[in-house]
Each structure stands twice: as structure tokens, then as C-alpha cells.
Write a protein that binds this ligand. Sequence first.
Ligand code: FA5
Length: 353
Amino acid sequence: MCVALAVDGTYVGEWIPYPLRMLADLEQAQLEAQSALAASVTTDALDAWKSAWIGGNGRLKSMMMALKDVPKDLKPAAGKRLNELKAALEAAYEERRTAVDASAGPRGPIVDVTEPGVPLAEGCRHVLSRTIDEITEVFGRMGFTLAEGPEVEDEWHNFTALNIPESHPARDAIDNFYMGEQGGVKRLLRTQTSTVQIRAMETQSLPIKVVATGRVYRPDTHDATHYSMFHQIEGLYLDRGVTMSDLKTTLVQFAHAYFGAEAEVRMRPSFFPFTEPSAEVDMKMRIKGEWKWVELGGCGMVDPNVLRAVNIDPEVWTGFAFGLGIERIAMRRYGISDIRWLYENDARFLRQF
Ligand code: FA5
């Protein structure tokens, strides 16, 4: 079971697995079926409706089959409701069929002007889009502007300028989605938003203070915390006299603004070719009432080799950079325990947020 949290972090309920939600889903199914039936004004449309809803392979049949997974104590109520739904849909179908048959012929299909309109299903913003908006809004308040870069990148921006040499294992075909050459340049789907650091330094005048969000791609095996396409937020601040303590302050301010005043930030020594020193970023936040350290990404001081690659003098300018996984942030913020749910497009899951 998965806990859902509101934007302010308060507990608002639980996401209930399908068998336990069956009664609520039956109500929704009845509304959907009736809307679709009301919109079926030809015999062909009615035939299609019949097979989609009450036919041998229709939705009603699959709901009946799902009855076996409903817990014993709920089964009688769910079974009763299913039988009522079946009777209601069959009767509504017969009534509609008679009306449509009667109106077929020279007069064409019936249009019942007294009927209410077909209700439109209301959508909501995807929880990831919402998280991206929330995070960029926090960094916007700290003076960061938005930067962008393409998802199909060249090797210069994804590796070379980031101090990742030809021989580095990170360039291996097994760890990247290479796309073939264009104009003699090897292309690939970017593996990290750090590419946007390079693009910002190539195009913007100094000082630079930007964040960039977007999709990145890695041939990782899908599991509860990994996906082959995910999102990152990259930050870059380049100015005279920027230090590691500016980096930590920025991350702490973000953690407080986004996860609450009690959230903490921990940096553990690590290695990235494009930062020196480098660190892993962990944030301590409350998960299901308990405070836990969660790894969200990496950070460090921009390596002088990176600055030289884009013709910036490392004796004058220093800067920090960080890159955080957005799915991991959203999962912690909203109590989602499996990354794959974010990409299954199951409306019952998505409409909770
Ligand atoms: C990087 O991608 C560095 N570019 C971060 C960085 C930027 C360091 C700037 C220094 C300066 P890493 O590979 O650790 O680092 O990925 C960062 C975060 O992306 C991870 O902590 C995790 O939150 C997320 N992430 C990585 N792989 C996956 C995946 N397969 N699925 C979902 N999230 C992932």
C-alpha cells in the first residue's frame, strides 16, 4: 500500500490496490458506460458499445473475473453490485437499441436534444510535471533562471567537454543509447542534464546561475527505483569566489523549502569527472512518519578542465554544479514506492495527485 501526501507534506490517505477499490471503480464504470451509450447514435456504434461493455470479452466480464481477487468479506457486496450493474447496462442497451432501430432509415440517426451532454472526463497534471514546476519554482526564488538543452546530444556535450575522455567506460555502448552519426558527429540520447551546464557556459555571459530540468536516458534495467528514461534537475552557479559552502547552503535552502524546515542535507565524498571535489547529496526527510536519509543525486565544484573546455578562465571564475533525480524527489515527496507506477499511465494511480 502506498501513502499519499499533500503538497504541504501532510498525510491525506492511502492508495488502495485494485481489488479493494472495486466498489468505487464499479460506480465509475457505470458512469463511463452510460456516457458512452448515450453517445452511440448508430447501430454500428451500438454494436461496438455492446462488445466493449457487455460482450463476452467486455469490461463487465473482466470485472466479474476480478471478483475472485476481492477479499472474502467484501465479496458479497461487490458481487451484488456487479449483478446490479450488469442488469442496468443490459436494460439500458435494449432501450437504446429500440430507439436507434426506430430512428434508422430515411430520417438518419436520432439526436435526443433533451438528453444531457456527455460529461467530459476531467484530467489532472501528471505528478512529475507538478514536481518539476514545484522544484523550479523554489530555485527560481533563489535567483536561478531556466536553461535548456536537447535530448539528442553529441559526444562533445555529453562527454568530452565534461572531462570524460575517449577511453572512459562511461562512453561504452552498453551504457548509452547511441543514435548513429550526423555530419560526422556521433549522436546519443543524453545520459545526464550536465550537458546543459556546457551549453549554458557556451552561450551565456558570466556570471551564470541556472537550473535545467529534462529527460535523460540510460539502458538501466527497470526496477522499483530505476527506469531507462527519467528526469534530472541540474544546477550551475558560476561567479567569482563561489565556494563549496555556497553549494551546501543552496541545497539546504532547497531541502527546507521543499521538504520542510526540519529536512537536512548530507554530502558524502564521491567522484564525478566534471567536478572536483565531488559529493553525493543525501537529504533527510520524513517518510511515513520516520526520518530517513535518501540519496537524491551528485554535486561538486566545477572542474577547471570543464571551464577550460568552454574558454572560461578557472583562475578568475569558480562554480558549483549539482544534479538530482526528479523521480526520486517525487517518490519521496508523495510517498510513491515504485518508479514504474509513474509511467504506467493508470488513471486510478495518477488522479491521486
Ligand atoms: C549524475 O547524473 C551527475 N550528472 C550528477 C551531477 C551533476 C554531479 C553535477 C555533479 C555535478 P548520477 O548518475 O548519480 O549523477 O545520477 C544522479 C541521480 O539521478 C541519482 O542520484 C538518481 O536520483 C537519479 N538516477 C540515476 N539513474 C537513475 C535511473 N535509472 N532511474 C531513475 N533515477 C535515476
